[in-house]
Design a protein around this ligand. Sequence first.
Ligand SMILES: *[C@@H]1O[C@H](CO)[C@@H](O)[C@H](O)[C@H]1NC(C)=O
Ligand SMILES: *[C@@H]1O[C@H](CO)[C@@H](O)[C@H](O)[C@H]1NC(C)=O
Ligand SMILES: *[C@@H]1O[C@H](CO)[C@@H](O)[C@H](O)[C@H]1NC(C)=O
Length: 356
Amino acid sequence: MALWRASSIHIASLLGLLSCLILHYTTTTTTVAAIRARTIIHNPSPMELPIFREAPAFRNGDSCGSKEVDRIHIAMTLDANYLRGTMAAVLSMLQHSTCPDNLSFHFLCAYSDAELASSIKSTFPYLNFTVYRFDSNLVRGKISKSIRQALDQPLNYARIYLADILPADVKRVIYLDSDLVVVDDVGKLWDVDMEDKVLGAPEYCHVNLTLYFNNAFWSDPILSKTFQGRSPCYFNTGVMVVDVDKWRKGGYTKKVEEWMELQKQKRIYHLGSLPPFLLVLAGNIKAVNHRWNQHGLGGDNFEGKCRNLHPGPISLLHWSGKGKPWLRLDSRKPCVVDHLWAPYDLYRSSRHFLEE
Ligand SMILES: *[C@@H]1O[C@H](CO)[C@@H](O)[C@H](O)[C@H]1NC(C)=O
Ligand SMILES: *[C@@H]1O[C@H](CO)[C@@H](O)[C@H](O)[C@H]1NC(C)=O
Ligand SMILES: *[C@@H]1O[C@H](CO)[C@@H](O)[C@H](O)[C@H]1NC(C)=O
């Protein structure tokens, strides 16, 4: 079994090279409609799950602690259609982590699908992970149609219920979408000083929040005052550090649900699970360095056009938007940024091919 070590120099030079290429060859779109995505195109039967290569073993550096407080908890959803993305995300974290043995993964799954869990197990034999069943009935009645069908999948809302699903001894968790790779030590994100905040994420204060809510919201004398006394900024819910303890004590699940219920009665926004998060928390989060969510690489919500990297250092690349790197690579029409995802792809074949 080979032992892989994080190779950030390699990534850095690759990024440098690619950003030059990107400047020359891609079309830039101006929309900042970066939201996470979950597409369920069909529900493949377990036997149709793709086959992945086994990831190598990763071992802790000498500086790693052995106390329970040294453990890093990561939560992600687990879905057959995004499995290839999940595998790449996990591999990227193990590969760049200083203490890979101390990562604990918590996967939220809409069905109790033993095949998904065994796929993770055979790809990452040494991974410490737990699969939880997310009861989609919790949200089914609360989801209203958004502008993109993929955003309306119940599992997309699972992040709201993290604090209820995770064991009580988990006090902090990093929630991550499945369409991203981490190219830095995730421990640095884990160690962010949350101050007294319940949620930490990069903030984008230049984004005009007005556009995320409709006229029914802004013309209502009470609703339109929701953000009064705060300086609300857009944040992407695909990368969040959550103080689950504070979330539980503050009853945040209920607060987010209440906005979803209002949306169901009286349409006040266009997107899926993002706006209720903004309504409850925008202007009251811990701002994390932008390097932790280079989002929008999947392009816009309608066409998924190629997007540039934003300037500045990068610790996490996120293909939010319609396009997904594995689909574009398979279609042989990848965007330049998709080549940054490819090194983490563990996909070997679908079961239709002969095995080696
Ligand atoms: C971190 O990993 C080391 C090495 O495997 C192990 O000895 C230690 O107990 C781990 N700490 C936690 C909190 O899991
Ligand atoms: C795996 O992580 C859990 C916490 O999520 C911990 O209780 C358990 O001891 C860990 N198992 C191993 C083998 O480190
Ligand atoms: C935000 O968008 C609204 C609606 O298009 C516009 O009226 C408002 O001036 C914009 N605000 C800023 C700060 O650009």
